[in-house]
Design a protein around this ligand. Structure first.
Ligand code: AMP
Length: 536
């Protein structure tokens, strides 16, 4: 029936959906009959893991063998974890979550699932996106594309919304570990992202942490135990975190709840009101409001498809499980005074990814030619651009290291941006540079990703994501022109091509994408294939 698949690989929960050619989309339940699966992995041994609900429960009694929130480590070096003497990268652990999602879904749909679109927070940079593609590869999947979570939600919303009016919307996406705020235009069945912002270290987990601090101090006050005494007990801490999350969810429908905690002979009940919870977590809420203000300002400087400035919003769409907290809707609607819609908070992202996968799924002409990973994602990107259904922006700025004033200070480098954050993608931007010495024989092309919206900024604002050397022909004078072209595909993947422009000699270097090479992926795939993945 030509189904396509989308996976929301969330910080706290993951979800898989399928769409058919008519644009009908549905969530595929896991083997426990649930729409969403905790993104938690328990290492029962080095060869056997459990993923999902049982792993989340195991965190109480077996915390040292359980990995939660692995998404926060994606694309970061030095975040490998060792379980039962074996080291695992964040990509591998994410791959196990993907494997469990796919395995359960295959049981339901009774077909092999290979081609998928996976979602990432809009705020994810290059390394995190690459790591997500690698996780898909390790899981044996062909990653057709990587799409930003709020964009996927906007696609699902545009497919579902009853009125067929064109709209300018704000997508406020607060999940378990990340916050994204995106402005998008919905024009017929086309979704065009205008700009995006966010914080990938802000989510429901942080609300839980504040509530846990409070509950812990109340428990200590009632028992006269010290926090150190209590926190020594990993089992107690994990039980506390599970209870805190449940209490938080309860406060989305009730104005007060209780948590019972016990340690040794001490058993105490702690009352929590919604008012207290809102007061404890106000700082996080304000952070989301400030980021929302910033994105609204960026949008005002952009022009809609109708040629008007993007400063009048029709509605705000809430997605992500954490938008169920009553404080969110109340504060945002009060602050920005616009219509609001809570739209399938846990499911919209996976649904949008599945719909998007329909536009870019391989057709018969691609059979056998498509490989997992960045190559396939580019093919998907081209298809997506051709479909005319969706346009995305880059969520970061990209540039290269240049000298600030070479004659005065040969040590001071700055970052010169070539592609500015919130540029519509796919894009090609060219920066012009010059050689600094006579007969200079090469130039280091050092590529940075950053959040600055200035053409030039301090190097420390950026993160080096790739470097390469551009060899130059002999005899070039000082001031010989060089160009660096930054190409970003629809999946947000970047290629930099540096060219020497003089004498008709063209030196071109493609900056290598960092991350796992094909051999490493193959090895990790084999390791993952050996792993027994359970969780039922
Ligand atoms: P997501 O990443 O979109 O699946 O969102 C997961 C986050 O939503 C977790 O932090 C959950 O604790 C939170 N969440 C789920 N349901 C609720 C609820 N009813 N009230 C408050 N937070 C919730």
């Amino acid at each position: 029936m030509g189904y396509s698949y989308g996976i929301d690989l969330g910080t706290t929960y993951s979800c898989i959906a399928r769409a058919n050619e008519k644009g009908e989309v549905e969530i595929i339940k896991n083997s426990e009959g649930k729409d969403i699966t905790p993104s938690v992995v328990e290492f029962e041994s080095a060869e056997k893991i459990a993923v999902g609900e049982t792993a989340k429960e195991a965190a109480i009694i077996n915390p040292e063998n359980v990995m939660q929130y692995v998404k926060r480590d994606m694309g970061k070096e030095g975040h490998n974890r060792t379980f039962h003497g074996v080291t695992f990268t964040p990509e591998e652990i994410s791959a196990y979550i993907l494997k469990k999602m796919v395995k359960d879904a295959e049981e339901v749909v009774r077909e092999k699932i290979t081609d998928v679109v996976i979602t990432v927070p809009a705020y994810f940079g290059f390394d995190e996106r690459q790591a997500t593609i690698n996780a898909g590869k390790i899981a044996g999947l062909n990653v057709l594309g990587i799409v930003n979570e709020p964009s996927a939600a906007a696609i699902a919303y545009s497919a579902k919304k009853a009125d067929k009016q064109d709209k300018l919307v704000l997508v406020y996406d607060l999940g378990g570990g990340t916050f994204d705020i995106t402005v998008a235009e919905i024009i017929g069945d086309r979704v065009e992202v205008i700009c995006t912002n966010g914080d990938h270290n802000l989510g429901g987990k942080d609300w839980d942490a504040n509530l846990a601090d409070y509950v812990l101090s109340e428990f200590c006050a009632k028992t006269e135990l010290t926090q150190d005494e209590v926190l020594e007990d990993g089992e107690f801490y994990n039980d506390l975190m599970l209870k805190v999350e449940d209490a938080k969810k309860m406060l989305s429908t009730k104005t007060a709840t209780k948590i019972t905690l016990s340690m040794g002979t001490h058993k105490k009940q702690i009352d929590i009101t919604r008012e207290k919870f809102d007061e404890l977590t106000r700082g996080h809420l304000l952070n989301t409001i400030n980021l929302t203000k910033t994105v609204i300002e960026s949008a005002a400087a952009k022009t809609s498809s109708k040629g008007t400035p993007c400063n009048k919003f029709d509605e705000i769409i809430f997605v992500g499980g954490s938008t169920r907290m009553t404080q969110i809707k109340e504060a945002i609607v009060k602050e920005f005074g616009m219509e609001s819609v809570i739209f399938e908070p846990d499911l919209a992202v996976a649904k949008g990814a599945a719909l998007l996968a329909q536009y870019i799924k391989p057709d018969s002409a691609d059979a056998g030619g498509s490989n997992a990973g960045a190559g396939a994602a580019q093919t998907g990107g081209q298809k997506l651009a051709a479909s005319g259904k969706f346009a995305e922006v880059t969520s970061k700025s990209y540039g290269i290291e240049t000298y600030y004033d070479y004659d005065k200070d040969k040590n001071k480098m700055v970052l010169s941006n070539v592609t500015m954050k919130n540029t519509k993608i796919p894009c090609n931007n060219t920066g012009k540079f010059v050689t600094l010495e006579n007969n200079q024989r090469n130039v280091a092309i050092v590529v940075y990703e950053n959040d600055s919206e200035a053409w030039t900024c301090e190097l420390s604002f950026g993160k080096e994501i790739a470097r390469s050397i551009l060899e130059l022909p002999p005899g070039l004078p000082r001031g010989a022109p060089l160009e660096a072209t930054f190409s970003i595909d629809t999946s947000g993947m970047l290629t930099v091509t540096a060219v020497e422009m003089t004498k008709g000699l063209k030196c071109e270097i493609k900056t290598e994408i960092k991350g796992l090479d094909a051999k490493q992926v193959e090895q990790l795939q084999q390791k993952a294939d050996m792993m027994k993945v359970g969780g039922e």
